[in-house]
Ligand binder design. Sequence first.
Ligand SMILES: [Zn+2]
Length: 280
Amino acid sequence: MRRNANREERGGRLLSALAAAVLLTLLLGIIHRLYHCEYTDTDTPNDCFAVSAATGETALPKMVCLTFDDGPSKNTVPILEILDREQVPATFFVCAQDANERYLPLVADIAAAGHQIALHSATHQYSKIYASTDAFWQDIKALRQALEPYVDIGGIDWLRFPGGSTNTVSHRYGGRGIMKTLKAQAEQKGYHWIDWNVCAEDATASHPDAAQILRNIRRDAEGHDLCVVLLHDTKATGQTVKALPDIIQWFREQGYTFCTVAQMQAVKDEVSQPKEQPAE
Ligand SMILES: [Zn+2]
């Protein structure tokens, strides 16, 4: 009897150890997926090929940042109307190229409505901005000067690299290490930068319609508690305007809260702060 009991005990321990090992493997797999989100690298000068560091942090509420790049343009106006109607904050990574010139005063309206203005590029020409790190910061300086008449420029400290921080198109012009250097310099200069983990693919050559834009977003958002959605408000992205009410409704139905990228960062910082121990 004693020997049988011992054998059962050993068997039980073995089973527990096995179960623990399986659980650990599963857990490690999940952590690996969360922290090593895959991304596609490409030479195509398109903004849809980087991935944000913002991936599922389970301690955080479900949050989504709608981000609009390459504006302002005529399409910024209806986008602001929809955001206002839906009471949804968003972030605008703006440009100051020729196409934007007429619409630049809109950045004052964007800011007045409570949205976040962030920097993208003055010219958005890869061959120019990624020719050297100096060229990049010259372009950012030109953008800041163009925005200055309309917004409190001192309060703008977020940027998004054209093509994303992992783009390889920059290597052609500024060498393989240019993005790494630019990211370090951005931090030294006190900038926050952010990519995205959900791509609407609304500015691609295939010109997707509103339904396809929503499908692209749903596909990428799947499984992410924190979503940073890349959209565009250029003159060519009328379908984005059309899709926007459905995009907002879909994220609402999934239980997401809308916020700007700065607001999302503030919540993340709060969660990651170590709790203060009460003094004894
Ligand atoms: Zn862009």
